[in-house]
Design a protein around this ligand. Structure first.
Ligand code: SAM
Length: 244
């Protein structure tokens, strides 16, 4: 299996790529969180998503930028991004885009504005989310998904669930503020045939890449933060040497 990890802004790097890909699995900065517009647009990722300022079981989790767009600008930005991913994806290939409940409408709009045929919404269930008195528990995030035109049934079709359960890694396994469970990603990369290529324009700590490589798929990642680009490279190198 091969992988590359580009360091930089996905919006600037994607237009320079020409390798055809089979699916994009994107976990963008949600530009969400908080009860008011001020809370959503004025706080850093660490302030939004952690209660202990990034210190987690003795680790300092790195902050990241790109979290302060208002909802209209987020939809516009994500549309541009997904249009670039669409250009790289072979006909019939898939886009799987993570989001939360606040940004769900903006994300389904952006997917379609980017050229994709919207196919559905899958659920990521987080069993350890804390209960809140008098309220429904916020224990789900969502995977908005679509395809580049008609989906092409393969000779060996997969049957993926529409509901995935998994908790964010803890302790020494936790390397990123908004890290996704590798087990969930292992299931998602199955949307790509073996030996196919997965693109993640927001690689973070490299969870999608680790899942792709362990599942027999190639990986192309982009990450804006130098800290997390190196975290992802270290993680992927431990699985297999880099292509470049
Ligand atoms: C939600 S996190 C991804 C976490 C990842 N799925 C994991 O499990 O570690 C989003 C990542 O996107 C990166 N990012 C934000 N804006 C970006 C941009 N314009 N281009 C590339 N990466 C960006 C952030 O630095 C952050 O690491």
């Amino acid at each position: 299996m091969t992988w590359t990890l580009h360091h930089g802004d996905a919006l600037l790097i994607l237009p320079t790529l020409n390798t055809p890909i089979d699916a994009v699995i994107a976990d963008p900065p949600y530009n969400s969180g908080g009860r008011t517009m001020t809370e959503r647009t004025s706080r850093t990722a660490r302030e939004k998503y952690l209660t202990n300022d990034g210190r987690h079981h003795g680790h300092d989790l790195g902050d990241f930028t790109g979290e302060n767009r208002d909802q209209r600008a987020y939809g516009y930005w994500l549309s541009l991004l997904l249009a670039e991913c669409f250009r790289l994806t072979r006909p019939g290939g898939a886009a799987l885009v993570f989001t939360d409940w606040r940004q769900l409408p903006a994300t389904t709009d952006a997917l379609q504005a980017g050229g994709w045929t919207w196919r559905g919404i899958a659920v990521w269930h987080k069993p350890t989310a804390r209960p809140q008195p008098g309220r429904m528990r916020q224990d789900c995030e969502f995977i908005v998904w679509g395809s580049n035109g008609a989906m092409i049934p393969g000779n060996d079709p997969v049957y993926l669930p529409g509901h995935f359960t998994g908790s964010q890694p803890r302790g020494s396994q936790r390397q990123h503020i908004t890290q996704k469970p590798e087990d969930v990603m292992r299931q998602l990369v199955r949307i790509v045939p073996e030996d196919g290529t997965v693109l993640d324009p927001f690689a973070g700590s490299g969870t999608t890449g680790a899942a792709a490589l362990r599942g027999g798929r190639n990986f192309i990642g982009i990450e804006q933060s130098a800290h997390y680009a190196e975290t992802a490279r270290t993680r992927l190198r431990a699985i297999t040497p880099a292509l470049t």
